[in-house]
Structure formats: structure tokens, C-alpha cells
Design a protein around this ligand. Sequence first.
Ligand code: HEC
Ligand code: HEC
Length: 223
Amino acid sequence: MSNKGARNLFIVGSLFFFAIFLALSFDTIGKLDKRAPEITEDVNAGKMVWHKYDCIGCHTIFGTGSYFAPDMTKVSERRPKEYLKQFMMDPKSVKPNAAMPKLGISSEEADHLIAFFDWISKVDTNGWPPKPILATAAGVNSRELSAGQKVYQSLGCSNCHTISGIGGTAGPELTHVGNKRDRAWLIGHFKNPDDYVPHSAMPKVKAPDADIEQLAEYMLTLK
Ligand code: HEC
Ligand code: HEC
């Protein structure tokens, strides 16, 4: 092949592969756009508020963050906007025993956060988080809870214990506690943890006997 032929082959070949590269890049970018909707100014402002108050110190998004509080990836699918706004500005006005502190979020900041939550809820996460986790997270305040679950929530047990990934870590995980303890142990331990576990750091459960029994029933279902 002559020099000229080689040069032409080089130029044509380079252009050909560059064209393929461009076509594939546009194709990928097109798909990415479909995976995540457009980022508006409100969404961006909401992300800033999310960082400003260090929400990730307690919550997770896309599974990253802290496991003290529910995951926020799909929160705007399970909660109406008015609820979210009121809860974020003053958690106790929605849930008297809320573990989330009143952070001083303004009305505008709450609107931005909601835009941010709306945006992340639309990101295609391939079905994540799985429904059982969503259901547990959504269980906060839900009417479908069993009597024992309601007592568990109202007494703030999840501040110290984790069930199926949700809760605090001061006490042992309770996801399978029903395999480990029987009814009598549970009830006795609730009334006076020290009798069962010397120097227990768990506070006595101060609740009517009926509630303590419901709580034990609930624990026994955790297997
Ligand atoms: C100190 C820990 C903590 C921090 C910080 C925190 N949260 Fe929470 N949050 C919680 C807990 C715990 C809950 C579960 C309900 C409850 O008991 O308060 C919750 C619940 C929520 C809910 C209601 C979820 C539902 O499904 O009902 C929203 C919305 C929320 N938080 C948003 C935020 C945002 C936004 C921030 C940051 C501006 C934030 N949280 C910071 C602990 C926290
Ligand atoms: C201040 C943190 C705290 C709170 C609140 C708390 N616990 Fe505990 N819990 C602990 C600690 C620490 C232990 C481990 C010591 C012990 O077993 O007594 C424990 C142990 C347990 C155990 C035994 C687990 C095992 O594997 O042996 C059960 C069951 C339990 N807690 C249920 C509850 C329930 C239900 C509530 C709500 C009424 C509750 N806890 C509230 C800290 C707490």
C-alpha cells in the first residue's frame, strides 16, 4: 500500500470509529436521561437543605446513610405532601412521640425538600428498596399495624432496637428475637430487665399489663 493509501485508511478509519463512539455516547446519555428525571432549581435547593441539616445522619437515601430513621428514597410515594411538610417542620405535631427532632426547617426549605424527594422517588432504582422494607418504613404511623407493633412504636423501642433494618443500635437487634425468647421471659424482662440480664441497660417498660402482653406477642412473631 502506498503512503497516501495508508494515510487515507487512517483518516477514514478514525472518522468511522469516532462516529460510532459519538452514536453510542448519545445512546447512553439518552438512556440516562430516562433513568433520572430533570433536575430543577427546586430539586437542587432541596438537596442543599438535605445537606445543611445533615438528614443523612439519621436517614438513608438509596440505602446509604444512617439506619436510625426510615429510608427516604420513595417517601413521596408513601406520604402525601402536606404530611411531609408538617412532619419535617414539626415532627411532634404529627406524631407526639416522634424521635425526629424539630430542626427549625422553614416552610420554603420544606417545599424544596419535597421537590428533592419527588425527584429521587422518580429515579429508576430497579425496584429498590424491596417492598418489605418499604412496608416497615411506611409502618411509622400506619393504621395497619398490629396492637403489639403500635405499642412498640408508641414506647419508642426502635430508638434502641432494630427490626428488619429499621431502628437504633443501642440494644440488640430484634428481627429474630422470637426464636430466642419465650413469652414468660419477655414479659418478665420487660417489667424488670435487671432480673434477667444483670446490669441491663434497658429501661423498665412502664406500660399497662395489657400493652406488655401485646408487646410480647409481637416479639414472638419475629422469627
Ligand atoms: C436525629 C435523627 C434525625 C434527623 C437528623 C432527621 N430525621 Fe427525619 N426522622 C427521624 C426518625 C426517627 C423518623 C421516624 C419517625 C419518628 O419517630 O420521628 C423520621 C421521620 C422523617 C420523615 C417522615 C417519614 C415517614 O415515612 O413518615 C421525614 C419526611 C423525615 N424524617 C425527613 C427528614 C429530613 C428532611 C431531615 C433533614 C432536614 C431529617 N428527617 C432529619 C430522625 C431524624
Ligand atoms: C434505652 C435503650 C432501650 C430501649 C428504649 C429499649 N431497649 Fe430493649 N434492650 C436494650 C438493651 C441495652 C438490651 C440488652 C440488655 C438486656 O437484654 O436487658 C435490650 C434487650 C431487649 C430484649 C432482649 C433481646 C435479646 O436478644 O435477648 C428485648 C426483647 C427488648 N430489649 C425489647 C424491647 C422493647 C419491646 C422495648 C420498648 C418497650 C425496648 N426493648 C426498649 C435497650 C433498650
